[in-house]
Design a protein around this ligand. Structure first.
Ligand code: GLN
Length: 257
């Protein structure tokens, strides 16, 4: 009886060890790393007929690809709404988020951010003949922002009324059609929209719009992945990969749709 009990206990212990090992093994040996993004933000991420990863291309997509190579995993893209990205990270639906995402104190409460890889700022896109010269000139104008972007937060904090759209392209169309006076959005993306749409220009106001840092987000406490991502980003910052990619994609025609 005693022996039987011993065998049983040993058996259970062995089974438990195997399960633990299998559990560990499957996580550690996962061959893919899934990045969540919102492919509506050229030149960082956009849909392309022949992209760097599947149908997706841009600075962030190329960075994601290189991170995958550095950590020995195949990088995959899960395209979703910008507002869903951090929730998808917390749910484990994606391993990391790369989406031209600005590091903010509010976001830091729910996720961990990597070393920043790009500096941006909000700018105003207006019609070429617009009278808007500073952010204060927006006071009595029809302002459009993109829902959930830092541009919305900034305009909101300035106390101005605004309308928000889900996509940058929709916002810019409003402006082109004369239905609004100004679109507030990130600088590099604004440059893309202005070069794709004749008759528009960018107005900057460095007193009103602070610098923003883009970084990759991981689930809170996932230091193993965060360290790997940071090593990879540091390498790409040091050897010029990121500045080369930025220059390349600012030049590429990203107007695929
Ligand atoms: N940088 C802005 C933000 O973090 C916009 C990012 C994006 O649209 N992909 O809100």
């Amino acid at each position: 009886m005693k022996t039987l009990k011993k065998i049983l206990v040993a058996g259970i212990a062995a089974a438990m060890m195997l399960t633990t090992l299998a559990g560990c093994g499957s996580a550690a040996s996962s061959k893919t790393i899934t990045f969540g993004t919102n492919a509506e933000f050229p030149p960082f991420e956009y849909v392309a007929s022949k992209g760097t990863i599947g149908d997706f291309d841009g600075i962030d997509i190329a960075i994601a690809q290189k991170i995958g190579q550095d950590i020995g995993k195949e990088a995959k893209i899960n395209n979703m709404e910008f507002d869903s990205l951090l929730i998808a990270l917390q749910n484990g639906q994606v391993d990391a988020v790369i989406a031209g995402m600005t590091v903010t104190d509010e976001r830091k409460e729910s996720v961990d951010f990597s070393t920043p890889y790009y500096t941006a700022t909000q700018v105003m896109i207006v019609k070429e003949d617009s009278e808007i010269k500073t952010a204060a000139d927006m006071a009595d104008k029809k302002i459009v922002v993109i829902q959930g972007y830092t541009g919305e937060t900034v305009v909101n904090e300035m106390g101005y009324k605004y309308e928000s759209f889900k996509k940058g392209t929709e916002a810019v169309l409003e402006l082109v059609n004369g239905k609004c006076d100004v679109v507030v959005i990130d600088s590099a993306t604004a440059s893309k929209y202005v070069s794709d749409n004749p008759g528009l220009k960018i107005v900057e106001d460095s007193n009103a719009f602070e610098e923003e840092q883009y970084a990759i987000a991981v689930k809170k406490g996932n230091t193993e992945l965060l360290n790997q991502i940071n090593d990879s980003i540091q390498k790409m910052l040091d050897d010029g990969t990121i500045s080369d990619l930025s220059a390349k994609y600012l030049d590429v025609d990203t107007d695929a749709e």
